[in-house]
Design a protein around this ligand. Structure first.
Ligand code: ZN
Length: 160
């Protein structure tokens, strides 16, 4: 069996930034299950996995355009502290859900300067080329329920 649209694949992976820092890994955890062709994972990784078989392992470099997108400066905004009602102290690195023109969005506080709070709505990995080391550990047909939901369910079955 090969990985193709509509199959559930299990992968072990390690994601590293251009400077070699490990950003995420399945090491020490269960492999990641995803439904191929359903957009469960970033497009560049999905493309690299197409046609692979169990036991295949490879490394791939993925440009930002096929990962978490390019950074958009329009998503960076400076807002007055008074907009953060009920929060005693705003600190860099805090994340909030904000209402934007594109709907609800997670923003990260990137700078606090007196009453001026800089928030960034870009994904933390936007603009970053990513390097993946991947091993395919399983391929199977999805259950009818998984197919309907567009994502795989864990060993305990349906939990949402
Ligand atoms: Zn589901």
């Amino acid at each position: 069996m090969k990985i193709e649209n509509g199959k559930v694949a299990s992968i072990n992976y390690t994601l590293t930034a251009p400077d070699g820092q490990v950003l995420d890994t399945s090491e020490g955890k269960a492999p990641l299950d995803y439904l191929h062709g359903a957009g469960n994972i970033i497009p560049g990784l999905e493309k690299a996995l197409e046609g692979k078989s169990i036991g295949d392992s490879f490394e791939v470099d993925i440009p930002p355009e096929e990962a978490y997108g390019l950074r958009e400066e329009a998503r960076v905004d400076v807002v007055p502290k008074s907009q953060f009602e009920g929060i005693a102290e705003i600190q860099e690195g805090m994340q909030f859900q904000a209402q934007t023109n594109q709907g609800p969005q997670i923003v990260t506080v990137t700078k606090v300067e007196g009453d001026q709070i800089t928030v960034d709505g870009n994904h933390p990995l936007a603009g970053m080329p990513l390097h993946f080391k991947v091993e395919v550990t399983g391929i199977r047909e999805p259950s009818p329920e998984e197919r309907e939901h567009g994502h795989p369910h864990g060993p305990e079955g349906h939990d949402h």
